[in-house]
Design a protein around this ligand. Sequence first.
Ligand code: F6P
Length: 364
Amino acid sequence: MKRVLVATGGGDCPGLNAVIRAVVKRAAQEKDWEVVGSIQSFDGILKEPTEIKILDDAAVKGIHYQGGTIIGTTTKGGPFAWPVKNKDGSWGSADRSDEMIRKLQYLGIDAVISIGGDGSQKISQALYEKGLNIIGVPKTIDNDLSATDFTFGYQTAVQICTEAVDKLKTTAASHNRVFVLEAMGRDAGWIALSAAIAGGAEACLIPEIPYDIKKVKQKLDTRFLKGKGFGIIVVAEGAMPKGGTALAEESTEVGNPNLKLSGAADRLAAELKVAGVEADIRTTVLGHLQRGGIPVAYDRVLATQFGVKAFEMVLEGKFGQMVAYRHPQVVGVPLPEAIGQQNLVDPKANLVQTAKGVGIAFGD
Ligand code: F6P
């Protein structure tokens, strides 16, 4: 019997379970393959006792429409930076990658499918360079991986954000207020941009287009005639004013190197007041609501395509590659290509021009 190990790493994302199920279902069509899940990314392999789970038909039954991941995930540590407590009580890190590869051999693992974002796929590439038979599957609600047209989870996040715009519109209109809705998107403004178009927001502020607060106010002024009117602004968490930076704090979580982005909506509300906006302003931060719950059908389909393809790449021995959607195909791309560049919103792209075409202001 051959064994393929599946791990989910980084922030969770609607559709992870659909990928896991697709790998298991496709593998079941081959007589000699068993699928094993590592609990909480590669931590399950590195922990003593080992935390792994056999993933058979029963384990994945009906999970394709469940959010989260049945094998858990983590944004902390990893085989190259395992958190270690120093003698003085501070935290350092250790490279346990060789030990992990030895343990995978001991467990009879022939191949690994690593489902994760940018950070996880950098780890996949480093493990591949050390000789591990690994295949990456891209995931992130932010849709910021360049090698694939879309990542699963993104459409679900857009749907959730759009529904929030729809809901805020009725209360904004009733009270003649301005609502600032903060969406996720640390480097890329895809969620905010799509939801602003779908929901019909007045302005959309994204990391790729730093804003001038006076221009944002000008747009709101056109919406408030004789004090009546309302306005919705969708702002990505990584948005910044011209000459400024995104608002972020250092993570206090041991082993989590990521900055925590927060405060874009409140900053914008304060800036609008200083700029002279008279209407009442309220802020709503969507946060992790965008990552939770049932994946929309599109994400389930894409996740299933990715899972089937990933296992077929295992069969073909196409290691050191990441599965990618390049319309209309699902293909394998070399990992260095996949992690080399982020997929950011091009200010000249059609989606931005479309938004401007229906009057959405970017403050540029
Ligand atoms: O990378 C996806 C993402 O959703 C970002 O948009 C956000 O900044 C981050 O995850 C939050 O992650 P955490 O789970 O660490 O709070």
